[in-house]
Design a protein around this ligand. Structure first.
Ligand code: HEC
Length: 102
């Protein structure tokens, strides 16, 4: 039993793009980030358009995470997701910066 949980945790924490994003992350995205990133409001990098993220990712994911937490120019602290944990934000950034199947 505990072995199964371990395996599950291992699989869900890996951020290979071929793994489907878990529904919780998608829900957080829809309720918090999509308002601005869906359409690229105020210069926000557009979601699911890897080219919009290349320059950002080049700064390093830890920098992006820090900026998402503390805010960055037009980007509000935590992306207005006051309930998001650091792990949630990591998942969200992975989700938003990669192409997603429709
Ligand atoms: C109120 C609008 C708004 C919301 C809501 C929002 N963002 Fe942003 N975000 C922005 C804008 C604008 C930028 C671009 C800032 C710039 O570089 O000028 C940005 C940039 C970013 C960046 C790149 C930061 C960098 O260092 O280049 C990340 C990562 C990010 N947002 C993640 C998120 C996540 C995750 C959420 C949801 C939890 C979210 N954002 C919600 C407006 C928003």
């Amino acid at each position: 039993m505990s072995q199964r949980i371990f395996l599950w945790a291992l699989l869900t924490s890996a951020s290979f793009t071929s793994w489907a994003t878990d529904p919780f992350t998608i829900e957080l995205y829809q309720t918090s980030c999509n308002i601005c990133h869906g359409a690229g409001v105020a210069g926000a990098p557009t979601s699911f358009e890897p080219s919009a993220w290349t320059e950002r990712l080049a700064k390093g994911k830890d920098v992006l995470l820090q900026n998402a937490i503390s805010g960055f120019k037009g980007m509000p602290p935590l992306g207005m997701c006051s309930d998001c944990t650091q792990e949630d934000l990591v998942d969200l950034i992975d989700y938003m910066s990669t192409e997603q199947p429709k």
